[in-house]
Design a protein. Structure first.
Lengths: 320, 317
């Protein structure tokens, strides 16, 4: 990194070589201490290491000349693919039992084979439990935030309590709420409401205060009332904070919906699938369910981020 | 936050008041059943009819018996004082005066919430240390190596949108099957959950020095290591503490969830699970409050260290 611009940057080849040699040296020393070098200097280990080195050099080379967005995306994709490839190779070369770590190919095959089943789980956990709770919780928090913003006494009381609650392990209310609302998706939605409410509240209240005295004075000289100021100035100004809250809430919503199912669920749902498949040591199924929740989580987060980009195009963080 | 005391007190009192109020209709059916057994006259029909009736309607027709909802053995919603009593019983009373307590047996009880909280706390702290340490190392690597930055950073950001906790049951079972059990599997989950917030926060922090500051160090002919130690690390401290606060609560959630799938016998998660199996609502609530107190204490402790550190570094805060 310190190379002056006149010299070509060779760190993309030097760093991986040095690190792989270091791994080999350390592993050899460990093997020597264990009595035999054969554990390290055999075909399997060297093959994995060589592949790792090759992919690192490739990625380093790509990274050293990628400046555009597609280039950066390619580097990240190559890295992800390399990890999956090494996982597959390691599992196959060392005959890791599938009850400990199934290879990605087996997970993918299970995923494809069970799409109808997993779709049912997705609908149950994400669409019914997660989304319903997300919508109710965020709307409720938004309304309470507006109320709290209107009455300063309420705000000074609610904000510390809300920040405090936002740091607590709310997910622990899952057993209680499952007891109250039964095993269906309603109890999961309730857990999600409890989880997303406080982060959303704190962010919205903070956002509603994010106007300068100058801006508020301007609204006053226009003769704008409370509601006009709220709709035309303070809500738009609060948007970046609101979306920050929404993004935090997306992750929390899925965590809440999945963990709540560990405490009781109908025979469908991602949390149910994970806990029963773990019990049956069907780890390929567990990984498939995790794949579904990962895809759903990133897709939902992506949608919120996309809406944010549209809604707050004026904000510095969105003007790349 | 000066002048916040009165508003906060009002809100807290309001929450407790609402809680007492809500406990009446929530528990009304059990209350009436008990009162009927004790020979009281109940309006609202037979037990079968009452089962399908609305809670609030039943409460309004039996206002004289409603206060019984605050004293049930196994309420649907325990009243605040019941939780407080259970908290006292299962901590101080259990540790000191119970059959297994310090007075009678000479050692601390292994059934108290202090013990369960300690089990969870140990896993939380171990995981937090591992996750934070690895996170800081990876962040330093990312800031200094363009390849690592472009390869790892997008995945670290994406992983924040993924409900990582879904992996918890599998980690526990797989580590158990390769012979690891006890504190370590839970700590692995805690570490995993606190890892990514720390990476993302630290990368932001290590990159926070301005161009002009880095240029200055360049004119001093500082090496990368010197720049890291004298500029980047000090500049990243506020960011580090912000992520540590997120990381420690994530770690605690990880440790609690890590206790669920194997039917662990010790820890706050185990208490909650056992409570939910046997309908011991007061036990669940007291475990929940212990977890909340633990989280609050951990975040407060980090806040304290943060203020001390920032003051020692000459920050006005």
């Amino acid at each position: 990194m310190t190379a002056s611009p006149a010299l070509p940057d060779r760190s993309w080849i030097v760093t991986p070589l040095v690190s792989v040699l270091a791994v080999l040296a350390v592993a050899s020393l460990l093997a020597l201490a264990g009595g035999s070098l054969a554990a390290v200097w055999n075909g399997r280990f060297l093959l994995i290491l060589a592949l790792w080195l090759a992919l690192w050099v490739l990625n380093g080379w790509l990274a050293s000349r990628a400046d555009s967005t597609p280039g950066r995306l390619l580097v990240a994709l190559v890295f992800g693919a390399a990890l999956i490839g090494l996982w597959e190779l390691t599992v196959r070369l060392y005959d890791v039992p599938p009850v400990i770590l199934p290879p990605p190919s087996a997970i993918w095959a299970t995923f494809i084979r069970n799409i109808p089943l997993l779709w049912g789980d997705f609908v149950q956990t994400i669409l019914k439990g997660g989304m319903a709770g997300f919508a109710i919780g965020c709307t409720a928090a938004f309304l309470v935030a507006i109320l709290a913003d209107r009455f300063d006494f309420l705000r000074r009381g609610l904000l510390p309590v809300g920040s405090f609650m936002a740091a607590l392990p709310i997910v622990g209310t899952a057993p209680i709420l499952v007891m109250w609302y039964g095993f269906g998706w309603q109890s999961k939605a309730a857990v999600v409401v409890a989880m997303v409410f406080f982060p959303m509240l704190v962010n919205t209240v903070a956002g509603l205060r994010d106007t300068t005295a100058m801006q508020r004075d301007l609204m006053q000289t226009y003769g704008a009332g409370y509601w006009q100021t709220l709709v035309k100035l303070r809500l738009p100004a609060a948007m970046p904070f609101i979306f920050n809250g929404l993004k935090i809430a997306t992750t929390l919503a899925f965590i809440g919906a999945i963990v709540a199912e560990f405490f009781g669920s109908p025979t469908v749902g991602l949390g149910f699938r994970i806990s029963t498949s773990v019990g049956a040591l069907a780890l390929d199924m567990v990984w498939s369910a995790i794949l579904v929740s990962a895809l759903a989580g990133s897709a939902f987060y992506g949608i919120v981020a996309l809406i944010e980009r549209r809604a707050t195009f004026w904000h510095p963080s969105q003007r790349g | 936050m000066k002048g916040a005391f009165l508003p906060v007190l009002t809100v807290v009192i309001a929450i407790i008041g609402l809680w007492y109020l809500a406990a009446i209709p929530m528990n009304i059916k059990e209350t009436l059943t008990e009162a009927e057994r004790a020979g009281a006259t109940i309006s609202g029909g037979t037990a079968v009819e009452r089962r399908d009736a609305g809670n609030i309607a039943l409460t309004l027709r039996n206002l004289d018996l409603a206060a019984g909802g605050w004293a049930l053995e196994r309420p649907r919603l325990p009243a605040p004082h019941q939780v407080a009593v259970e908290l006292y019983d299962s901590t101080i009373d259990e540790e000191l005066f119970s059959r297994r307590g310090i007075v009678q047996s000479g050692e601390f009880s292994n059934r108290s919430l202090v013990y369960h909280g300690g089990v969870t706390l140990a896993a939380t702290l171990l995981g937090f240390l591992i996750g934070t340490g690895l996170g800081i190392l990876l962040a330093i690597g990312i800031v200094h190596n363009r390849t690592m930055d472009m390869s790892v950073m997008p995945w670290a950001i994406v992983s924040q949108a993924v409900p990582i906790i879904a992996i918890a049951p599998m980690i526990i079972v797989v580590l158990y099957s390769v012979g690891l059990q006890g504190i370590l599997p839970k700590a692995v989950i805690s570490a995993y959950l606190s890892f990514f917030p720390v990476v993302v926060g630290m990368v932001k922090g290590l990159r926070s020095p301005d161009m002009i500051q880095r240029d200055l160090l360049r004119t001093y002919n500082a090496t990368d290591a010197q720049t890291l130690r004298k500029l980047r690390l000090p500049a990243s401290i506020p960011y580090l503490f912000a992520s540590l606060k997120i990381g420690i609560s994530a770690s605690l959630v990880g440790a609690i969830v890590g206790e669920l799938p194997t039917g662990a016998v010790a820890g706050l998660g185990a208490r909650m699970l056992a409570g939910s199996y046997y309908g011991q609502t007061v036990q669940i609530w007291s475990a929940l409050f212990t977890a909340a107190l633990l989280a609050a204490a951990l975040v407060w402790a980090i806040g304290l260290i943060e203020r001390r550190t920032l003051r020692a570094m000459g920050s006005p805060a």
